[in-house]
Structures are given as C-alpha cells and as structure tokens.
Ligand binder design. Structure first.
Ligand SMILES: Nc1ncnc2c1ncn2[C@@H]1O[C@H](COP(=O)(O)OP(=O)(O)O)[C@@H](O)[C@H]1O
Ligand SMILES: [Mg+2]
Length: 256
C-alpha cells in the first residue's frame, strides 16, 4: 500500500477578526489513528479544511505525503475526507451519488459496490439519500471518501449524530484501515469518543496545539485523561476568559 503521512507545521489562519488557527503543528503517521481533540471553536475544522485544500493558510504548511493537497497527483487516491454531510442530493440514490463521485474521480465503476460493502451500505444503495438517518449519511460520506482507495482518511467530528453502535463500528473500521498502513486523522470535541480508538493524540486549544504524542504518553502523565485534557484546553465552549493554567510547551511529547 502507498502510505501518506500528514504533516502540519506552524499553521496559521485569520478569518475576519478571528485568529481561527494561530500555531498548529503535528504529525499523523501511517498505520496509526490520530485523534485531533479540542473544544468547539478551537480551530479543528479550519485546520482540516486547509489540509484538504478547501481554505488557504496565512502561514505554515499542511502536507499529505509531502505535498500540499493542490499539488497531489492523485488526490482521491491519497486522501479521503469526511467533513460534513452536505453534498449528497436528497433525491439521488446512494448508488447514483457514489457513481457520480466515482466517475468524477476517474475510478473503476466496480468501486461503488466495493465501498458499499466496506461501509455496510450494500442494502441501502438503491434508497434515496433524502430518507437516510444521520448514521447512514455518515456511512455514505465515508463510502464516497473511500472510492479512490486512499492512503489517508481525514474525518471531522464523524461521531456527531452516530448512535453508540455506529460509533463502535466506525472505530473498528478505522482501526482496520490503519492496520493496513492507512493514516487516520479524526477530530472530536468529546474526549470519551476518542480515548478508546486512537494511538496518538493531538490537543488543540484556541488555535494552538498544546500537546501531541502517543496516547500512552498522555495517560502516563499521572492525572486522569479527563483532568489532563481540561488542564491543556480551556475545556469550556467559547470560554470568554482564558483559564489561569499556563500553556505547556507545545512540543512536549511530539515524536522525534
Ligand atoms: N467562516 C468563518 N467565519 C468566521 N469565523 C469563523 C469561520 N470559520 C471558523 N471561524 C472561527 O474560527 C474559530 C475556529 O473555528 P473552527 O475551526 O470551526 O473550530 P472547531 O472546528 O475546532 O470547532 C472559531 O472562533 C470560529 O468561530
Ligand atoms: Mg469543527
């Protein structure tokens, strides 16, 4: 399998008056599931949108397999993205949706059945997307991302709207994807959603990565995972006043 490491370095982006991302640096390695964790508004989606070529950074770099998204010779074969659930026309069947994206990406038509199988969607292929539950939409989004048999998967808060069984299914799917050499980068604002399924953890708070490294190293800090998370983030959605806790060295725990 072709592998593709994700490398984000010194990333910054201002949106209007907001410094959405100030200094984000981390690596997501092939063969590992990397959790990108931070409170709402921390800058996760902005970082991932820049990584996927949907937004431009003011400074810093976000590379997949050593290249910016726009410079990838085979973008859909390099990275698949599950960003939000818009984009699938409600009147279209899942098969119609997948066929359209399959053709757009220039992939073999047989990929439609293959990705439906992979994501447990085979029985739903001829149903209209408009009638899908959030969980089925998530699976369709993941199936679409897999059409190009990508080396990396980037998922922005994919657990939103998934039932517990769906979350367990997704966790297992991502583990298997990584076990085959894939790179997985998955964001969440909910610690408990990530703590079981990931190898590496990247914490982001107010536009800055505050910690990154193996999950083992994070939990070895002596405090509980939850305490450590709160210590390293404001922990409060849209916190108007910064907490008094000193921001730890952002490079702590980063793999050499
Ligand atoms: N299109 C936008 N217009 C204005 N502000 C934005 C926009 N996108 C993001 N922001 C702001 O940038 C910050 C980071 O947002 P975002 O990257 O969506 O965070 P997260 O995904 O971690 O919740 C927030 O303060 C958010 O309000
Ligand atoms: Mg977001």
């Amino acid at each position: 399998m072709i592998t593709a490491q994700i490398e984000v370095s010194g990333l910054a982006k201002r949106i209007g008056d907001v410094e959405a991302v100030r200094d984000v640096t981390f690596v997501a390695a092939p063969g590992r599931v990397t959790g990108f964790l931070g409170p709402n508004g921390a800058g996760k989606s902005t970082t991932l949108r820049i990584l996927l070529g949907l937004a431009r950074s003011d400074s810093g770099t976000a590379l997949i397999g050593g290249r910016r998204y726009a410079e990838l010779p085979d973008p859909t074969g390099t990275v698949g993205a599950v960003l939000d659930l818009a984009g699938a026309h409600p009147a279209m069947t899942a098969r119609g949706h997948l066929r359209a994206y399959c053709a757009l990406g220039g992939h073999d038509a047989g990929r439609v059945e293959a990705v439906a199988e992979l994501t447990g969607m085979s029985e739903y292929l001829d149903r209209r997307v408009g009638g899908f539950s959030t969980g089925m939409r998530q699976r369709l989004s993941l199936a679409t991302a897999l059409l190009g048999d990508p080396a990396a998967l980037v998922l922005d808060e994919p657990s939103n709207g998934l039932d517990p069984a769906g979350i367990v299914w997704l966790r297992t799917f991502l583990r298997e994807f990584a076990a085959k050499g894939g790179t997985v980068l998955i964001s969440s604002h909910v610690l408990t959603e990530l703590q079981h399924g990931i190898d590496d953890l990247v914490l982001i708070d107010r536009g800055r990565t505050t910690w990154s490294g193996p999950l083992d190293a994070f939990t070895a800090r002596g405090t509980s995972l939850e305490e450590a998370f709160l210590e390293l983030t404001s922990g409060v959605e849209s916190s108007p006043v910064p907490t008094a806790t000193a921001t730890p060295n952002a490079t702590e725990g980063i793999r050499a």
